[in-house]
Write a protein that binds this ligand. Sequence first.
Ligand SMILES: Cc1cc2nc3c(=O)[nH]c(=O)nc-3n(C[C@H](O)[C@H](O)[C@H](O)COP(=O)(O)OP(=O)(O)OC[C@H]3O[C@@H](n4cnc5c(N)ncnc54)[C@H](O)[C@@H]3O)c2cc1C
Ligand SMILES: *[C@@H]1O[C@H](CO)[C@@H](O)[C@H](O)[C@H]1NC(C)=O
Ligand SMILES: *[C@@H]1O[C@H](CO)[C@@H](O)[C@H](O)[C@H]1NC(C)=O
Ligand SMILES: *[C@@H]1O[C@H](CO)[C@@H](O)[C@H](O)[C@H]1NC(C)=O
Ligand SMILES: *[C@@H]1O[C@H](CO)[C@@H](O)[C@H](O)[C@H]1NC(C)=O
Ligand SMILES: *[C@@H]1O[C@H](CO)[C@@H](O)[C@H](O)[C@H]1NC(C)=O
Ligand SMILES: *[C@@H]1O[C@H](CO)[C@@H](O)[C@H](O)[C@H]1NC(C)=O
Length: 516
Amino acid sequence: MLFSRDLVILAALVGVAYPIPLEAQGQCGIEAQAQCCASLRETAVADLVFTYGDSEYLEAKRSYYSVTTSLNSPCIVLAESAADVSTVVKTLTQPELAPNCPFAIRSGGHSMVRGNSDIAAGVTIDLSRMNATVFHPETETASIGPGARWQSVYETLEPFGVAVSGGRLGSVGVGGFLTGGGITVHSAQRGWACDDVVAFEVVLANGTITRATQEINADLFHVLKGGSSNLAIVTNFEVNAFAQGDMWGGYAVYDNSSTPQLARSLANFTDNIEQDPRALLVTFWTYDSRVGVNNAQNALYYTAPDEYPSAYGDFYAIPNVSSTARTTDLLRIVTELPDYTALFRVHFITLTFYNDARIVEYGVRLYNDLLENIKSNVSGGDWVIIAGFQPLPTLFATSGLSKGGNILGLEREEDNQIVLLLEAFWQHVADDDLFYGLANSLIQDLDDYARSLGLNSEWLYLNYAGRYQDPLRGYGPENMQRLQQVASLYDPTGVFQTQVPGGFKISAAIASGETR
Ligand SMILES: Cc1cc2nc3c(=O)[nH]c(=O)nc-3n(C[C@H](O)[C@H](O)[C@H](O)COP(=O)(O)OP(=O)(O)OC[C@H]3O[C@@H](n4cnc5c(N)ncnc54)[C@H](O)[C@@H]3O)c2cc1C
Ligand SMILES: *[C@@H]1O[C@H](CO)[C@@H](O)[C@H](O)[C@H]1NC(C)=O
Ligand SMILES: *[C@@H]1O[C@H](CO)[C@@H](O)[C@H](O)[C@H]1NC(C)=O
Ligand SMILES: *[C@@H]1O[C@H](CO)[C@@H](O)[C@H](O)[C@H]1NC(C)=O
Ligand SMILES: *[C@@H]1O[C@H](CO)[C@@H](O)[C@H](O)[C@H]1NC(C)=O
Ligand SMILES: *[C@@H]1O[C@H](CO)[C@@H](O)[C@H](O)[C@H]1NC(C)=O
Ligand SMILES: *[C@@H]1O[C@H](CO)[C@@H](O)[C@H](O)[C@H]1NC(C)=O
């Protein structure tokens, strides 16, 4: 059943006859779900409901990050306004429809977890048409639709000489990013991207359209910053805009024999960010079967136009193979690396540990073993592995606190941490178990190693978390309780816990804690 859904998307991408008839997919409950779509066609959003065979449907399904995260919903609604979203929510939550009409919320569709922002047996509320960015000079804020991609946001704002806290790759979506946290090139200066939100426009579980700010629905405002899909559907974000001219940065490539120096420099850099919070970076090890070279790279992001800032001093001493570091602008930085094609199957998984070069080095050793295993065991096709390490200094939390803080729970930390994001891309369904299995055991082994040094962390970044990880638990018991309380206040019947199954759920996080 799962494979046939992938096949429809794949077929579409490679131009095979499309759509594959519904019967051939062996989906269950088709008739009940057809009723959900039929009911929507009797409402004001009738013209925005699309299904198999509609080019709008195909285009929407193609624009997910991966063939493994794009599913065949019986229908999607390409909402154009908060009123449209409200209509859909009111319709699908009617008691006679609700049990058979689960739904998904999709903004940029860049979640790497299957089922987080799409649904096979239900309706997908697709917000990608709500993608406008408007700058408000009088308040120094920007209003951004959840379906925007960061590239278009920066493009719209650049002529005004301003930027916002957003993604470091232009194709990433806004809605998931801002409700899940958001690590940006400005995070050491400004905190998490969600800390820069000043107002959320939301559709609640009962279809009511309202706002959440520091004054209105302040409890909801606070927990939306990290609460992801647990509370409401965000239909617009108003965020701080700030002056941003040229910056310095780019990608430096190193031979992997430099791994020990890179690991030491990353650890030292992480402990010195407070000296110059304009500097951030991601140090990653990567292998692409099409190129066949295992190398290391630094993505350097310096938010002022200063050449070779001393913050990266340790790294300049490491010989590089090539470097694009230059004075440029944010837009060019976020479009420099190509994004991967939707044709790859993906698995992303994350780990956080306290800053220590030994753990980074051990992680790279495990990554090298993983590469060798894949090389000799993969069935074929192209594949790519990226193990990216980035600083998670306490400064991210303290920089955000002045703006009200968030629900991520990082202000409790006294020590700097490092986040690993392990990304696997491959092509053959037959290799699913290989890639999932090896990536998951690398994370387990590295966590065990960090624990053996007393440097393991319970925190996990929600926007990087893999399918069976439980990032909400890492927010800590008090934040979990707060999230649950606010969720039950604004969504007393638990629509976002049960009828919207995708995403990391507070009810599940609490239940898993109770059975442990
Ligand atoms: C190539 C790449 C680069 C990345 N770079 C960064 C980076 O620089 N920094 C960083 O922090 N993260 C980064 N990420 C991770 C990114 O934050 C997540 O993938 C995020 O989910 C993307 O948001 P989206 O709108 O595209 O997600 P979607 O897949 O649309 O949604 C993700 C989750 O959020 C929920 N959701 C989406 N929109 C809404 C809404 N409007 N209201 C309520 N819930 C909603 C969905 O239901 C789903 O559970 C990157 C990911 C990729 C693949
Ligand atoms: C918004 O999305 C539409 C297609 O859905 C696209 O044509 C348009 O260019 C996008 N606008 C922006 C600002 O990204
Ligand atoms: C460099 O890459 C090769 C090939 O993948 C690997 O065997 C070796 O261990 C790597 N060296 C370091 C220092 O990581
Ligand atoms: C660590 O970084 C600081 C500040 O950038 C630098 O002065 C110092 O030399 C570095 N220490 C080591 C051991 O590399
Ligand atoms: C890369 O190497 C070149 C040549 O040695 C050097 O001039 C440059 O400073 C290095 N760049 C970085 C980012 O380390
Ligand atoms: C290939 O997989 C087998 C079975 O899991 C394993 O024993 C072997 O070590 C793998 N090959 C390499 C080079 O790791
Ligand atoms: C919708 O839900 C909110 C939050 O629970 C509540 O305040 C409001 O009264 C509800 N509106 C209707 C029409 O039921």
